[in-house]
Design a protein around this ligand. Structure first.
Ligand code: ZN
Length: 412
């Protein structure tokens, strides 16, 4: 399927440093070393509801990585999926009395509009679960040839014991996996399973649900195999970074890695796993079930500048868990007003050190809050908020404007 239009990406006069990221699997800050183009996979949405700020924070977070790589002189190949057939989507479609295809198309389109407004660089490969079915079947056949799948009634399961590296992505002990698994779509207690942690790779047809033909009978793909199939096909083995929200650390990313390890022995799925924090509202993590979602589209519809939404998100480190408040948005609107005033002067405090410092903090685990602080210091010096306006650099505003756009995705 098509992604969304790419915003302009200005080139900076200097090259940024190589990008280091916190790797979930090793728990360390690791410098990425792309061979050829940098390859990124970020798990996409299940389009049953509009984009909330938790989603937006994740995609803006990985957009910083995309930008930091480009600013370091790398080409980037970015793939993302859309889980356009899955239980929550079908349940929601039945509940609101709408065709599931129509619901998925409508919400995917809204997501595209939200990402466009937030100036998130689009993926090069944007693939739906439905269109990935041939890739999924091919991958399951590989797993089957390796003796790693078995049938329970009409469903096909993946044996987690087939992957000797199973558990290395999350680093979670088995007890923790067993505890989390049922909360995140797993079915540890189903009779007939060989290991409680085994996951569905092909779900046999249920009455009233859509299905597609396969060598194992009609059905549809499991969620984990969808991402594994898309990523290994479109990016190849050992791609640079697998990203997503921290709720995907287990089981989703562990299972994706497991599928790929068994299908392509000796090749890592991703070289590194990066995870964005969770956003809360009214004291709890934003989630459909809690009903405490703040939608990007709703903010846009109330004439909020999307750049203010983006700035409010950038003020939090991508890995931190934090709570959204309306005050943060009002603050961001005020800040942008002040930044625009400084940029309108043309001249300002020297831009060159700001450009270097901002690229530096972003290359160190995407520290956007530090980058925002550095820009704020330049604005304060330029406007003379301490009574000493510095207008020594005649090209300052142009340079800072390009920096904000290229590095932070803020077009003022
Ligand atoms: Zn995924």
């Amino acid at each position: 399927m098509h992604a969304w239009p790419a915003p302009e990406f200005p080139s900076l006069p200097v090259t940024g440093p190589e990008v280091a990221l916190h790797d979930t699997a090793t728990g360390r800050l690791v410098t990425t070393t792309p061979e050829g183009a940098a390859r990124l996979y970020v798990c996409g949405i299940t389009p049953y509801d509009a984009t909330h700020l938790g989603h937006a924070a994740t995609y803006v977070g990985f957009d910083l990585l995309n930008r930091a790589w480009r600013n370091a002189g790398h080409e980037v190949v970015y793939a993302q999926n859309v889980t356009d057939v899955d239980d929550p989507l079908l349940e929601r479609a039945t509940k609101v009395g709408i065709d599931w295809v129509e619901l998925a198309e409508r919400e995917t389109e809204l997501f595209r509009q939200d990402m466009t407004a937030l100036r998130v660089l689009p993926p090069d490969h944007y693939t739906g679960a439905v269109e990935s079915i041939p890739l999924v079947i091919e991958l399951i056949q590989k797993l089957e040839a390796a003796g790693a799948v078995y049938q329970v009634e009409t469903d096909l399961y993946f044996s987690v014991t087939a992957d000797p590296a199973f558990g290395e992505e999350s680093g979670f002990p088995r007890e923790q996996m067993l505890e989390i698994y049922p909360e995140r779509g797993g079915d540890p207690d189903r009779p007939g399973k060989r290991d409680p942690l085994d996951c569905v790779v092909w779900r046999g047809e249920r009455p009233g649900e859509p299905s597609w033909p396969s060598p194992w009978g009609p059905g549809r793909p499991g969620w984990h195999i969808e991402c594994a199939a898309i990523a290994r096909t479109q990016l190849g083995g050992g791609f640079d970074v697998q990203g997503g929200g921290s709720d995907l650390v287990f089981p989703h990313h562990e299972m994706c890695a497991g599928h790929a390890h068994v299908a392509d022995p000796g090749t890592p799925f991703a070289r590194m796993y990066a995870h964005a924090g969770m956003v809360a509202y009214d004291g709890e993590k934003m989630s459909k079930s809690k009903g405490n979602l703040v939608f990007v589209s709703a903010l846009r519809n109330s004439d909020i500048d999307p750049m203010a939404i983006r700035l409010a998100l950038l003020r939090h480190h991508y890995r931190s868990d934090w709570e959204w408040t309306d005050e943060q948005l009002f603050d961001a609107v005020d800040t942008l007003g002040q930044w625009r005033k400084a940029l309108a002067l043309g001249r300002g405090a020297p831009a060159e050190p700001v450009v270097e410092d901002v690229l530096g903090v972003l290359a160190s685990d995407l520290d956007a809050p530090a980058a925002v602080e550095l820009v704020q210091d330049w604005v304060d010096a330029t406007l003379g908020t301490d009574g000493l306006a510095d207008a020594s650099d005649p090209h300052a505003a142009a340079s800072i404007g390009v920096l904000l756009d290229a590095a932070l995705g803020l077009q003022l």
